[in-house]
Design a protein around this ligand. Structure first.
Ligand code: SF4
Ligand code: SF4
Length: 288
């Protein structure tokens, strides 16, 4: 039996309060009330008085690891992390963007999260399909067991069955709909380059207005910047106002990386990111 959302919220408040009261962290990244219960917002508690504003429900899908890189190195931060979020935390530690010692990870074991736009349950279609955080200091509920274990890559079947021309036409049609709001980039915990290549003017890497060439440049570069780094939280796809299925491309690249290098992103704090870790036995397929 999984811990209820309400109980997780209570446990989150209790543990965040303890951390702030003891001075172990200077802030806790969690979720707070939005304009209705379907739209909770990322929330920062800096004092005991702020803890009451925390919420947790099935719509708390945002990946809070997105905000870790915003604070100066050395800031002691508590962070609420569901399964995929915890993989982002690990990936950021691997990339030396944050230090393990500066974090207190409040792990959230949970299933039944929902997409606020569609009310569909979020499962392995758009996420990595894990229920329990990979890393944590405090667990805010019972570990989830007995739920279906689904491959995050099953959803690729249709795209993988396409020939090269059909696949290109599929992606061109999808990416032509992009309005370049950059919500996908904003939602992504691994998109922290400042400035992003597409915002640069000297050199100008791609057209900034939404048109085919610039859209392809932005997305294909972003997809490949995230190779071996995307932890499959699905937040980019949920953030997209025109519902481009970005997760399909990210999953395809993740699957190939996993096949070539034998590791999925953000699964172990002791590993280095796949694309900066040379091993003699690594596949050379990437060079073909
Ligand atoms: S690319 Fe999308 S699915 Fe991957 S880590 Fe970023 S937001 Fe999550
Ligand atoms: S969120 Fe969607 S519309 Fe906005 S830039 Fe990303 S893909 Fe394009």
């Amino acid at each position: 039996m999984a811990t209820s959302f309400k109980q997780i919220e209570e446990n989150l408040k209790t543990e965040a309060g303890k951390l702030l009261d003891a001075g172990k962290v200077s802030m806790v990244l969690a979720y707070g009330r939005g304009y209705d219960e379907k739209h909770p917002l990322p929330y920062v508690a800096r004092s005991l008085a702020d803890v009451d504003g925390m919420v947790f429900n099935e719509y708390c899908t945002a990946n809070l690891a997105r905000y870790l890189v915003r604070y100066p190195r050395g800031t002691k931060i508590g962070i609420a992390a569901k399964a995929a979020d915890s993989r982002a935390v690990i990936q950021l530690i691997q990339e030396d963007k944050v230090k393990r010692d500066d974090l207190v990870i409040l792990g959230i074991p949970v299933y039944g999260m929902k997409n606020a736009k569609t009310d569909e349950a979020i499962d392995a279609k758009t996420t990595c399909g894990l229920y329990n955080p990979v890393i944590y200091d405090v667990l805010l509920g019972e570990e989830v067991h007995g739920q279906p274990v689904l491959s995050p890559y099953e959803v690729l079947e249709k795209v993988e069955a396409m020939g090269q021309d059909e696949r290109f036409a599929f992606w061109k049609k999808e990416l032509d709909r992009c309005i370049r709001c950059y919500a996908c980039r904003k939602a992504c915990p691994m998109c922290y380059c400042d400035p992003c290549f597409i915002d640069q003017n000297k050199p100008k890497w791609g057209e900034k207005s939404p048109e085919t060439g610039g859209n392809l440049m932005y997305h294909l570069t972003r997809f490949h910047h995230l190779a071996g780094r995307c932890i499959d939280c699905g937040e980019c796809s949920r953030a997209c106002p025109v519902d481009i299925p970005l997760y399909l491309f990210h999953k395809k690249v993740a699957k190939e990386c996993e096949e070539m290098f034998g590791q999925a992103a953000g699964m172990s704090i002791d590993e280095k990111p796949a694309l900066i870790n040379f091993r003699v036995e690594d596949s050379d397929k990437i060079l073909e």
